[in-house]
Design a protein around this ligand. Structure first.
Ligand SMILES: [Cu+2]
Length: 237
């Protein structure tokens, strides 16, 4: 096989793999539209990770396919039946590869740190809501208004702090549209800060296997403009 043909095969295979993965993994394909300030940061990090990792993965797959089909032990290599007598340029390649991996890993870690700070539990909030989880339902309490509810009402554009605890086993508060997930534990209060950016109804789903009815341990999250939020609290409970 000619060298030009081989490189064409590498580029074509790599491009096909990259295209397929980008299509399959783009964030909006398996997540609902982003509805919080936090979600934008998470999606951005996810997209950036795809942009870094997919081309590398595609290049490795393409090179692997070419290597498997092209570099085989030949008759004249009889003294080296395994065909392992390679050239001497490996050291430079390895050094470059290790250095590049370290830089890329640090870059990905920076995103993780940024998201961790985003969930900073000491951040100031404009509203506190208590979240009570139990097998197999959610209950919400608004201490300022002294109101209970089975749906979570949140004011649009306000930074809310959720103070969460469980009456029995470990549950997990997960609102895919907010891209936020936090364990809810018995005997401990976990906190989550969220700033809703889009009015509408969203799904809260328990994300920790917690018994027989775990899959239907859901609740409605309703993001409302501030005036409607006040009205809903007055009415609903
Ligand atoms: Cu649960």
């Amino acid at each position: 096989v000619s060298r030009a043909l081989r490189w064409t095969a590498v580029v074509a295979t790599g491009s096909a793999v990259a295209w397929l993965l980008f299509r399959a993994l783009s964030a909006d394909r398996f997540m609902p539209p982003a509805a919080s300030a936090e979600a934008a940061v998470v999606d951005q990090a996810f997209d950036e990770m795809l942009r870094i990792t997919i081309p590398i993965y595609a290049a490795v797959i393409a090179a692997l396919l070419v290597a498997v089909t092209s570099f085989r032990a030949r008759r004249r290599d009889a003294g080296d039946p395994a065909g392992t007598n390679g050239g001497g340029s490996g050291a430079v390649l390895q050094a470059v590869w290790v250095l590049a991996s370290v830089i890329l890993t640090l870059r990905l870690a920076a995103y993780g740190i940024r998201e961790y700070r985003l969930l900073d539990q000491d951040g100031a909030a404009e509203l506190d809501v208590q979240v009570h989880a139990s097998q197999w339902s959610w209950e919400f309490y608004y201490p300022a208004e002294r109101k209970y509810g089975s749906a979570l009402f949140l004011p649009l554009g306000r930074r809310v702090r959720l103070l969460m605890t469980s009456a029995d086993v470990v549950h997990s508060f997960w609102v895919p549209a907010f891209r936020l997930k936090m364990d809810v534990l018995p005997g401990r209060v976990t906190k989550l800060l969220v700033t809703p950016t889009r009015a509408g109804d969203y799904l809260l789903q328990c994300a920790e296997l917690c018994g027989q009815d775990h899959t239907i341990m859901t609740a409605r999250v309703s993001v409302l403009p501030p005036d409607k939020f006040a009205a809903a609290l007055a009415e609903e409970f």
